[in-house]
Write a protein that binds this ligand. Structure first.
Ligand code: SAM
Length: 284
């Protein structure tokens, strides 16, 4: 008898594999500023490296999620000053991929982690409810431990180590006072408590029109923060920005009947004046 789950997984993997060539076009498209734009051949090389990371380094994220973020790094105009930041690296897989995007755009990259796994988990973060699937994720101290030497070694072998600076310790100690402009931040930190610390430090330094990506977009406890006007007004002096992909992740992977992922993003002060305005449709 055919195992339905195995069959679906097999199709899902094939669909993911079929998506990679589309990234060749996206990465080398005119939407990428000429100064950063790889040729199609170079874009294929970049994609190959990102897929190689996924095979070689244990990862909590998917190479298609990495490519979605790398594409975003490449699209930022070179005139916009800033670095790439990752908070939460575990064994360094996503740091490897993002550092390749940083190298392509000649930007610096900063990686923050305890390098000893999750710190003390607050009561409110013990259980997260996923909105799009019947799952509850649970957390405890020490999960996702990747030592600094191990992460450094992976980035040396599979990423662009010369672009990277590592900051070891809990975010509450290492991030306050962050004063460098940022063009993209990837916050893969599992815990709402940790996410709040990262946003308080990084959001003020994020360039307008640039994005913060999070990796727990389907989690109610994470997505809801991006709609919490009271929290944003009190901590960052603005209304909540919302979260693209909140509740199910942006649709990158076929998973049990839906296109979804764990990735969501919020854009700082999106330039809505330049957005296409769809006129009202004359329907009765
Ligand atoms: C899910 S893992 C990151 C996975 C990685 N980005 C990947 O794609 O494989 C979460 C990481 O967040 C880190 N982390 C969570 N809360 C933290 C905090 N308050 N301070 C520093 N690091 C924290 C953990 O140490 C862990 O490495």
């Amino acid at each position: 008898m055919i195992d339905r789950r195995r069959l679906e997984l097999c199709y899902a993997n094939r669909l993911a594999a079929a998506t990679y060539p589309l990234y060749t076009s996206l990465l080398s498209s005119p939407a990428v500023p000429a100064a950063h734009r790889p040729t199609r051949r170079q874009a294929r090389g970049l994609i190959h490296k990102v897929r190689r990371v996924a095979k070689a380094v244990p990862s909590a994220s998917h190479p298609l999620e990495h490519l979605a973020m790398v594409q975003n790094v490449l699209r930022v105009e070179p005139s916009v000053e800033g670095c790439v930041v990752e908070c939460g690296s575990w064994k360094g897989a996503s740091a490897c991929s993002l550092s390749l995007g940083a190298a392509q755009t000649k930007r610096d990259m900063h990686v923050f982690d305890t390098f000893a796994g999750l710190p003390q988990v607050q009561e409110a973060d013990r259980f997260h409810v996923l909105l799009d699937r019947p799952e509850v994720h649970t957390y405890q101290r020490g999960m996702f431990a990747g030592a600094l030497d191990e992460v450094r070694d992976h980035v040396t072998r599979f990423g662009a180590i010369d672009r990277c600076t590592f900051h070891s310790g809990v975010f509450r100690d290492t991030m306050p006072g962050w004063d460098q402009p940022v063009v993209l931040a990837f916050l893969d930190v599992d815990l709402r408590d940790a996410l709040e610390d990262c946003l308080c430090a990084l959001w003020p330094m994020l360039a307008d029109g640039c994005a913060v990506f999070v990796h727990e977009a389907p989690h109610h406890e994470i997505a809801s923060l991006f709609y919490d006007d009271a929290w944003w007004r009190a901590n960052l002096g603005q209304v909540a920005p919302g979260l693209a992909g909140g509740g199910s992740g942006i649709g990158l992977q076929w998973m049990e009947g839906f296109w979804r992922s764990s990735l969501g993003f919020a854009i700082k002060n999106p330039p809505t004046d330049g957005y296409h305005v769809r006129p009202p449709v004359d329907v009765a």
